[in-house]
Design a protein around this ligand. Structure first.
Ligand SMILES: [Fe+2]
Length: 279
């Protein structure tokens, strides 16, 4: 789906509300504080996942009216599939954990929420400062593909080629990063509903700013502090807490199965805010 972003800059991007009403309320407040209207806010999907309030989180996103694409979680829930679609190996920690939270999400979401998920686009494209931007969840061809900062550049080149874009705005992997890929840019603004495995409870979001009429763009990654204690408490009360309620407080993921060596080794190391300039 092609969209028009009015006024173009700044654009606020975030992913992974993950059924966290507390984090979603916080990112909406942040957009309001920055005076960014919903038609310049982009969510990269996975509105429903680990946390306690799937319907309330969807309701808040819908009422807000920001741009949203379908994450693998929306894709699977819309189809009444049996799992989250991440393709975790049977019996792995990720597999066991996802069996718990996904089952809770699947039995919790209302029919109208499921119908709304089914209608979400899987990708958005728009033009900014003379460049073509494409919003995806995981990969261009595979929605649940994990692409991290350490994923080889050749794989990102292949994805950017498939995207037909100068700029990809992606989600899914859960850890924010921004990189030049040759002349192009891969921008993953991170997720708000779960920490970045860096030992801090904060979520993350991204901004695209710049003087758009001269072609310069600035990408930044910023922490989102929110009521993580409230989110953890709600998750425990929901009865499917497994390791994620703890992760909301410690900032460390309960399973590192999906992480490449580099990201795994960075567990508990506080991420720095990043900026990247594209001229
Ligand atoms: Fe995802």
């Amino acid at each position: 789906m092609n969209i028009t972003i009015p006024g173009t800059c700044p654009i606020l991007c975030f992913g992974g509300p993950y059924s966290s009403l507390q984090a979603t309320e916080a990112i909406r407040r942040e957009a309001q504080r920055l005076d960014i209207p919903p038609d310049r806010v982009i969510c990269t999907g996975d509105i429903v996942a680990y946390c306690a309030n799937p319907n309330e989180t969807v309701d808040l996103i819908r009422e807000w009216g920001c741009h949203v694409i379908k994450g693998n979680c929306e894709e699977q829930l819309a189809q009444r599939a049996g799992d989250c679609g991440c393709g975790f190996g049977e019996g792995t920690v990720c597999d066991l954990l996802s069996n718990s939270w996904y089952a809770f999400a699947d039995r919790s979401v209302r029919d109208d929420v499921r119908a709304w998920m089914a209608e979400l686009p899987t990708t958005l494209t728009f033009d900014i400062a003379g460049r073509r931007a494409r919003v995806i969840h995981g990969g261009v061809r595979v929605n649940s593909r994990f692409i991290f900062a350490s994923t080889p550049a050749a794989e990102k080149v292949s994805e950017l080629n498939a995207a037909g874009a100068d700029l990809v705005i992606a989600g899914h992997c859960g850890i924010p990063f921004v990189q030049h890929v040759g002349e192009r840019v891969w921008f993953n603004p991170g997720v708000i509903g779960m920490p970045a495995n860096d030992g801090s409870a904060d979520g993350w979001y991204g901004l695209i700013e710049g003087t758009c009429d001269n072609g310069g763009l600035r990408f930044s990654l910023t922490r989102l502090g929110y009521d993580s204690f409230g989110a953890a408490t709600a998750l425990r009360q929901s009865g499917h807490a497994n390791g994620y309620a703890e992760a909301l407080l410690t900032g460390r993921w309960p399973s590192l199965d999906v992480l490449p060596d580099k990201e795994r080794a960075a567990t508990g190391h506080r991420l720095a805010a990043e900026r990247l300039l594209l001229t």
